[in-house]
Design a protein around this ligand. Structure first.
Ligand code: AMP
Length: 193
């Protein structure tokens, strides 16, 4: 299956993606994770992305489209994948559609986690505290100020994707405000597996 997880930062896409990986046996492709690795490794892409990511802005479309085009050709992704954090603009979605068409493959579903955006800042503060308590590094962009920019980027650049995928008959909305298990169950229902 080829699935896109859509939803604002802090909606729980990463958490649900991990569960889908276990259940469906296909990889999670997170552009955020790939970009963070590029930043840590100091690659040219990482150097280009770092300042944008630190302030919560989006990385240019051509950069992430290039990363995904390479990644979906890798052997583990040929049979399907769960996209987490991509596409984030209509231009990315169009480029992705063209990529799939060229490969002769198609998307199965776009699962949108619908959440109350007011609740997201609290969630992000909690996520940072939990990571800290586990002794894990806290994401630099998980602080309320940068988070606001990330949410603005979502509202202006990513939210229009819902309409895009409705028009393509692909959108499967799910209530993301319920417990993690309930959201997992709702996703299982909309995917039919
Ligand atoms: P995430 O881990 O998905 O929250 O992504 C962290 C940051 O990486 C975002 O705030 C953006 O700066 C960048 N990023 C991740 N995915 C994309 C994308 N598809 N398009 C543009 N920027 C992205």
């Amino acid at each position: 299956m080829r699935i896109i997880l859509l939803g604002p930062p802090g909606a729980g896409k990463g958490t649900q993606a991990v569960r889908l990986v276990e259940r469906l046996g296909i990889p999670q492709l997170s552009t955020g994770d790939m970009l963070r690795s590029a930043v840590s490794a100091g690659t040219p892409i990482g150097l280009q992305a770092k300042a944008l990511m630190d302030r919560g802005d989006l990385v240019p479309d051509e950069v992430v489209v290039g990363i995904i085009a390479d990644r979906i050709r890798e052997p583990d992704a040929v049979g399907g994948f769960i996209l987490d954090g991509f596409p984030r603009t209509v231009a990315q979605a169009e480029a992705f559609d063209a990529m799939l068409a060229k490969n002769g493959s198609k998307l199965d579903a776009v699962v949108e986690l619908k959440v109350d955006q007011e609740a997201l800042v609290d969630r992000i503060v909690k996520r940072a505290k939990e990571a800290e308590a586990r002794g894990e590094p806290v994401r630099k962009d998980d602080n309320p100020e940068v988070f606001k920019t990330r949410l603005d980027a979502y509202r202006t650049q990513t939210a229009p994707l819902s309409e895009y995928y409705v028009a393509h008959g692909m959108l499967r909305p799910v209530d993301g405000m319920r417990s993690v298990d309930e959201v997992t169950e709702a996703i299982r229902n909309v995917l039919g597996r």
